[in-house]
Design a protein around this ligand. Structure first.
Ligand code: DQA
Length: 145
């Protein structure tokens, strides 16, 4: 049975392709999901790719991943900067490996984006490389699990 990686996407990421393409690029989230499935298959992994703009959905999916997944890649969107609930959810499923991804370089943007609630409980964080960041995270997880 191939191992499954949950790839979770937070608020506003369903708008990719239309949303500030100068910052986030022109790919839609569906296209990123398709690329992730292909990249995961090369590592013998399966991907469960989801998006929600509701913090509680993301919390519940992290708990579910604790039961069903070999690892999590999360682009928490703006909740990454604010959500103690997501931080706590990741702690609750420890030692499940979690990698935080942001398309944009959050450290080169507004100061409110420089803080991450996720990074201290993730095994690593990748930002600034656009959709390739998801592939890099898959590679890192594949090496780890
Ligand atoms: C983002 C960065 C966040 O600051 C922002 O709120 C997003 C997208 C990114 O992928 O670059 O929604 O997570």
């Amino acid at each position: 049975m191939p191992k499954t990686i949950y790839i979770l996407n937070g608020p506003n990421l369903n708008m990719l392709g239309k949303r500030e393409p100068g910052i986030y690029g022109g790919k839609t989230l569906d296209e990123i999901g398709t690329d992730c499935r292909a990249a995961a298959a090369k590592h013998g992994l399966e991907v469960d790719f989801r998006q929600s703009s509701h913090e509680g959905d993301l919390v519940n999916w992290i708990h579910e991943a604790g039961e069903k997944a070999a690892g999590v890649i999360i682009n928490p969107g703006a909740y990454g900067h604010t959500s103690i609930a997501l931080h706590d959810a990741i702690r609750a499923v420890n030692p499940l490996p979690v990698i935080e991804v942001h398309l944009s370089n959050i450290h080169a943007r507004e100061s409110f984006r420089h803080v991450s609630m996720i990074a201290p409980v993730a095994i690593g964080m990748i930002c600034g490389f656009g959709p390739i960041g998801y592939n890099l995270a898959l590679e890192a997880l594949a090496a780890r699990i």
